[in-house]
Design a binder for this molecule. Structure first.
Ligand code: ZN
Length: 202
């Protein structure tokens, strides 16, 4: 299966969920398969928001997707460390950063609401979307743009901050995909693909 086929598999699963409520409900637990090890075909860095569980959005059961979730889908040290494990040890060939509509972390960053440890996280998002914040316009339009920018910033952060991830992309072993989930449609749309050969290879 190549990068294009893996992305297609994810998006087709999402289409099943959005159109017919999915066809892959959790299978009976199979200890033998689980104990044999994991070989996920994709990794997803998504938001902790309770409405966006990647396995369910993509209609995938246990063992299929390596998931890292953090408010605002940022790429801090812990997130990058987890994803580096997925790339170097599990040889995950597709890594998706998944943002979503109505993201509370991005909203908080636009309104400078949080303090303490949450403040550090929100500051991370605020820096990612800083240039959107100076724009004039309706809050929801600016919010949508900030959410997209936050996804694309995380995508770039993964390559800039991780030699391992950047190296895997350069070698053609890994494709990075930025995507957005819409509550309205239940569908995920691709914003950007970063892989050797760019979109042409997908
Ligand atoms: Zn969110």
């Amino acid at each position: 299966m190549d990068h294009k086929a893996r992305l297609k598999k994810l998006l087709e699963g999402n289409w099943r969920v959005a159109s017919v409520n999915g066809t892959n409900p959790p299978a009976p637990w199979d200890p033998e398969t689980m104990l044999a090890g994991q070989e996920p075909f994709a990794a997803v860095l998504g938001c902790s928001d309770s409405r966006v569980p990647p396995e369910q959005l993509f209609d995938q059961g246990p063992g299929k997707i390596f998931v890292v979730r953090v408010a605002g889908n940022i790429a801090g040290k812990s997130e990058i460390g987890s994803l580096e494990y997925a790339v170097s040890h599990l040889h995950v060939p597709l890594l998706m950063v998944l943002g979503h509509d109505d993201c509370g972390a991005v909203k908080a960053a636009m309104q400078s609401e949080a303090t303490g440890a949450a403040g550090d996280l929100i500051e991370h998002v605020r820096l990612a979307v800083a240039h959107v914040l100076v724009k004039e316009g309706a809050f929801h339009h600016i919010l949508d743009e900030a959410i997209r920018d936050n996804v694309l910033t995380t995508l770039r952060d993964l390559e800039v901050r991780s030699d391992l991830i950047r190296g895997a992309v350069e070698k053609g072993d890994l494709a990075l995909v930025g995507a957005m989930f819409s509550f309205d449609s239940g569908l995920i749309s691709v914003l950007e693909v970063r892989s050797r050969g760019g979109l042409a290879s997908l």
